[in-house]
Design a binder for this molecule. Structure first.
Ligand code: AMP
Length: 365
């Protein structure tokens, strides 16, 4: 997959990368950029952004503030983001001024579950069966075809299980649709999966693609709890999943890191659930188990540097520290073979990602 041409250099050492979004992902991107001698300018409306603590330049302004966006773009060499719901107008203003990667096209394709799943299917890759749902009649028809249980999701702005509901036998359809708050929705067949997995892939603008090893993910209350590498799945499943991610990232003509979340069924079928056009929680283990992390590889790709190794040198189990879990920081810090990453968030609210710990052991396979 390696292209002969060198990637176009956008940010050299000493240059400035603009990052939209100031959460933990923006923070870890900025830390990785710093390792390469690249300065970060973080743009985020929230004054309490964790990424603000570690960046030399910050802009605290709404994503709709055109003057602030223009000034931000003028002061950076290239722009990327840590979240997928960048308003279209914001992306358009920034793209007109400076290279923005991943592109608006990638954002648009993945922002809407209907567009995203239609795109994935067009590549010959499997997803759960789905139907668009815009009305009560659509929902009744879709449930008639896909059966129960099935999963009703908003087309946009869903993450960590937000904006979705399972339609079980006996459930009232009107009530389920009302829970979507009048937003366009999609009904998916329920996938009786045996495992949830993801692949973190990176592509440079010369077309080279690299993938990290298959990750097995366990969720708790719809939030990622643990990522385990190597996964306990067969080599056949791993090969399928890596090739699906490589096909998707190339088809999007994408530059940077993306994550593909997938279901594995008992007959070893791999179905794509969703694409995240950004660095991803299920790739945090790469910081401590690989030579070059997902964050550094994203920075390398968007800045036009050669991609770094995605090889894994250790086995890893990454555990998220959610809410009060952070109170165990002292015991975690004392653990041998554990790398502790805390995000600098002051208030440990329920369900809030406060940090993660990655436990490392020698590579088993
Ligand atoms: P999502 O918001 O699409 O990432 O879904 C959140 C979680 O809901 C997934 O990690 C799965 O555990 C579950 N889920 C989503 N879609 C389906 C489906 N079609 N069948 C079964 N479980 C699903």
């Amino acid at each position: 997959m390696s292209g002969a041409r060198e990637a176009l250099l956008r940010v050299a050492p000493g240059g400035v990368l603009g990052i939209l979004g100031g959460g933990q992902l923006g923070r870890m991107l900025a830390l990785a950029a710093a390792e390469l001698g690249i300065e970060s300018h973080i743009y985020c409306p929230d004054p309490a952004s964790p990424a603000f603590q570690i960046a030399k330049q910050i802009t605290c302004a709404p994503y709709e503030d055109e003057a602030a966006l223009t000034a931000f773009a003028a002061g950076v060499d290239a722009i990327t983001y840590e979240f997928e719901n960048v308003p279209a107008r914001t992306a358009a203003i920034l793209s007109a001024a400076k290279p923005v990667q991943p592109t608006v096209h990638a954002l648009e394709t993945t922002a809407d579950r209907l567009t995203e799943k239609t795109f994935i299917r067009s590549l010959g890759i499997g997803t759960a069966e789905f139907r668009a749902v815009d009305s009560h009649a659509d929902l009744a028809g879709a449930v008639g075809v896909l059966g129960r249980p099935s999963v009703l999701k908003t087309r946009r702005f869903g993450y960590d299980g937000k904006g979705q509901t399972i339609i079980r036998p006996g459930h009232d359809l009107s009530e389920s649709l009302d829970r979507m708050g009048g937003q366009p929705a999609i009904l998916e067949a329920f996938v009786p999966f045996v495992a949830e997995v993801s692949v973190i892939a990176v592509r440079s603008d010369n077309g080279s693609v690299r993938t990290y090893d298959l990750v097995e993910n366990e969720h708790h209350d719809h939030i990622l709890d643990q990522s385990i590498v190597p996964s306990r799945l067969s080599a056949l499943v791993e090969d399928q999943a890596l090739s699906i991610a490589a096909t998707i990232i190339a088809a999007l003509d994408y530059v940077g890191v993306l994550a593909v979340e997938m279901f594995v069924t008992s007959d070893h079928t791999v179905l794509v659930n969703e694409i995240a056009p950004r660095v991803h929680n299920s790739g945090h283990w790469t910081q401590d188990a690989c030579l070059v992390s997902q964050f550094e590889n994203h920075v390398r790709a968007v800045c036009g540097w050669p991609l770094g190794s995605t090889e894994r040198h250790s086995d890893a189990v990454m555990t998220n520290l959610i809410g009060d879990d952070i109170n165990a920081w002292r015991a975690l810090a004392a653990e041998p073979n554990a790398a502790l990453h805390l995000y600098g968030k002051l208030e440990a609210r329920t369900g809030r990602k406060m940090g993660h710990v990655t436990r490392i052991s020698p590579r088993s396979r």
